[in-house]
Design a binder for this molecule. Structure first.
Ligand SMILES: [Fe+2]
Ligand SMILES: [Fe+2]
Length: 209
């Protein structure tokens, strides 16, 4: 596994901007730790983590063209905002350039931007690690770093809410897969009400979840 990781690390360092390289290493290391905590294979998570943004070297319009040529049919939101396709583009690069055939790893790379219905544990780990890796800063990230090692589903909801707030503030369309993921996981938790408030209250009271 270390041979392919080294090969990918060299590629990412060469093809992506320095801050994107640092972010990719951060996601790899965070995903590895989260996997060990949640009973997933750490090296599988590390591989998905370092690869998750490997499609970022392509512009949105190039990704749209290359993915269509590969047989993928983008939806209307992806056509409007093709930067959303960098996850799918990354999965294409992982498969074709690095010969990754593990469908679970390819899925985690492909869906890290929007989420999707029926997220696997590895999908959730990469989606969350993308938010909480050490190079991210801001008040919003600190509670997520705690919940990420306690409950993947609760953390997914908190991450999705950050995304939805950001997307709405920017006046951009919301990808339907993000809504499907959020609804499905929220309903599976069997709770109603504000997870943010609940988490904040628990932190105030010095309790863990
Ligand atoms: Fe990304
Ligand atoms: Fe990322």
């Amino acid at each position: 596994m270390s041979g392919i990781l080294d090969e990918i690390r060299d590629y990412i360092r060469k093809e992506l901007k320095p801050e994107r390289y640092r972010h990719s290493i951060g996601v790899m290391e965070t995903a590895r730790k989260m996997a060990a905590c949640h009973g997933e294979e750490p090296e599988r998570a590390a591989l998905a983590g370092i690869l998750h943004d490997c499609g970022k070297h392509c512009s949105g319009s190039d990704s749209l063209r290359l993915l269509e040529a590969s047989g993928y049919v983008p939806d209307e939101v992806e056509r409007f905002d093709p930067d959303l396709l960098h996850g799918r583009m990354g999965a294409l690069v992982a498969r074709e350039k690095f010969r990754i055939s593990d469908a679970g790893i390819l899925s985690a790379i492909a869906c890290h931007t929007t989420g999707k219905s029926g997220m696997s544990k590895l999908d959730k780990i990469i989606y969350i690690a993308d938010y909480i890796e050490p190079n991210r800063d801001g008040d919003w990230v600190s509670p997520l770093r705690t919940v990420a090692f306690q409950n993947l589903d609760r953390c997914i909801i908190l991450c999705a809410d950050c995304t939805l707030t950001y997307v709405m503030r920017k006046g951009m369309p919301i990808h339907p897969d993000t809504i499907r993921m959020r609804n499905e996981i929220l309903m599976s938790l069997g709770v109603q009400g504000d997870l943010h408030v609940e988490h904040t209250d628990r932190r105030k009271n010095g309790q863990s979840q």
